[in-house]
Design a protein around this ligand. Structure first.
Ligand SMILES: Nc1ncnc2c1ncn2[C@@H]1O[C@H](COP(=O)(O)OP(=O)(O)OP(=O)(O)O)[C@@H](O)[C@H]1O
Length: 422
């Protein structure tokens, strides 16, 4: 127990400005991205100059600053437009409205969405709670008309930002229709530009030439950060978030280098690592943050990351993971496909689901192998003498991580005796 008055206090406070380490914090200084920002700036210049907006497509790995750069430039543009408007007569003032849509929020059970759902989402951004459209039951043409009516009623320049645009699935018409709406005569008042943001390279490669032509008027590629760049990003955050005694040059170097090695140059990972290390050091009342704090923070993030990925899986894969978890706990791995199928069936029935056949389950199991979570060993004793596969968790996966994912999903962890299933 500390000598402080409240049990919630720590002896030393390393984090002075916690919001600077939060996910949604938009930095007022955007370091190490001069070249990218220069290209990206060209997308916004026409708006500042009162010209029609452009369309753009941003792509690059996760955590490399696509969203943050967009928010940073939009904040600057809004500020500069406000001051420019002060010197312009009323009828020449430039009005900018931004509609930010995360396409992930409109996904269906098969993990895709559609232009129709996104158009409904856009219309609903303009509507009061009692007046919102439901997800089904309208002709697509009518939904588009409502969307254009809302755009025209708002007027001025409108930027529609489609974040995680790869979730749009196969119906991608909105990516073509909005950029062309004015040329096609659907809009008379508003000028609308679309900015698509994605970390899926395949999506970009597979866009139809028609969509590439309209949406990808400007393409901005965000490369992974190098280790020194990540260190610079960590340093600027540490300066704003932490007390001066909380970190030293070693803290910055280690956080940047670890994020570079383990997370494909992701600034998100580097900042999370700094935050978690500071929390551990603070809890222990030790400063500055040491190598050991950073290493433990790294372990914890790796762990949380995997649990998070499990929670994103469909039911079938979750049931297989649970089956292998029970087999592992009871010392029965590596296990044959038929054994896993027996336990998987029991798990599926427990959760009130009809299990897939062994073949059907195997397809999902193969995906888990592909993700690197399960190792498969092929046994082949030659023609006629038998061929079979055995499977077990890879080194990174432990049964408690699967259990934690179930807890996160609010699903009860029912015990299964694997001997009943053999
Ligand atoms: N150059 C930078 N300077 C300061 N902070 C940065 C920089 N680049 C990224 N960040 C920070 O890193 C975190 C991740 O960035 P961001 O969310 O923009 O990544 P992203 O490329 O949009 O990732 P995703 O594809 O997963 O959405 C954010 O907290 C962001 O503020």
């Amino acid at each position: 127990m500390t000598t402080s008055e409240s049990i919630f206090e720590d002896e030393v406070e390393l984090i002075e400005n916690a919001e600077v380490l939060e996910e949604d914090y938009t930095p007022d200084e955007f370091v190490c991205r001069d070249e990218v920002l220069e290209d990206y700036l060209d997308v916004y210049k026409p708006i500042y100059k009162g010209r029609p907006p452009e369309n753009a497509f941003l792509y690059g790995d996760t955590g490399v600053g696509k969203t943050a750069a967009t928010k940073y430039l939009l904040n600057n543009l809004e500020r500069d437009l406000t001051s420019k408007n002060e010197s312009l007569p009323k009828d020449e003032q430039r009005e900018l409205n931004v509609i930010w849509v995360n396409c992930e929020n409109f996904t269906k059970t098969d993990d895709t969405t559609s232009s129709y759902q996104i158009a409904i989402g856009i219309v609903n951004k303009f509507r009061e709670p009692g007046d919102k459209l439901s997800n089904t039951g309208y002709a697509p043409r009518d939904v588009y008309s409502m969307m254009y009516e809302e755009f025209d009623a708002l007027g001025g320049t409108i930027l529609v930002i489609l974040d995680e645009v790869e979730k749009i699935g196969s119906d991608q018409t909105i990516l073509y229709d909005i950029p062309r709406a004015r040329d096609s005569g659907y809009l008379t008042e508003a000028r609308v530009g679309v900015i698509g943001i994605s970390n899926d390279y395949e999506f970009r490669k597979n866009l139809s030439p028609k969509i590439k032509d309209s949406l990808c008027e400007t393409e901005v590629y965000f490369p992974q950060y190098t280790s020194p760049e990540l260190q610079e990003i960590v340093r600027t955050r540490a300066e704003k978030a932490l007390s001066s005694g909380a970190y030293d040059t070693n803290t910055i170097a280690r956080c940047g280098a670890k994020a570079y090695q383990n997370a494909r140059g992701s600034a998100r990972r580097a900042i999370r690592l700094l935050k978690k290390s500071a929390e551990i050091a603070e809890k222990e009342g030790v400063e500055p943050i040491s190598d050991d704090h950073i290493d433990r923070a790294h372990e914890k993030l790796q762990y949380d990351n995997l649990v998070q990925k499990f929670t994103d899986q469909d039911n079938q894969k979750l049931y297989i993971l649970k089956a292998v978890a029970h087999l592992t706990e009871q010392g029965k791995t590596p296990a044959r496909t038929s054994t896993i199928h027996g336990v998987y069936e029991a798990v599926a029935y427990h959760y009130g689901d009809k299990p897939l056949t062994q073949r059907g389950m195997f397809n999902h199991l193969s995906k888990l192998v592909m993700f690197g979570w399960i190792n498969t060993y092929e046994h082949n004793k030659g023609r006629g003498t038998g061929q079979w596969n055995e499977h077990e968790f890879s080194d990174d996966v432990k049964p408690d991580k699967v259990q934690e994912a179930f807890t996160h999903l609010g699903r009860e962890w029912l015990a299964v005796d694997v001997t009943d299933c053999e």
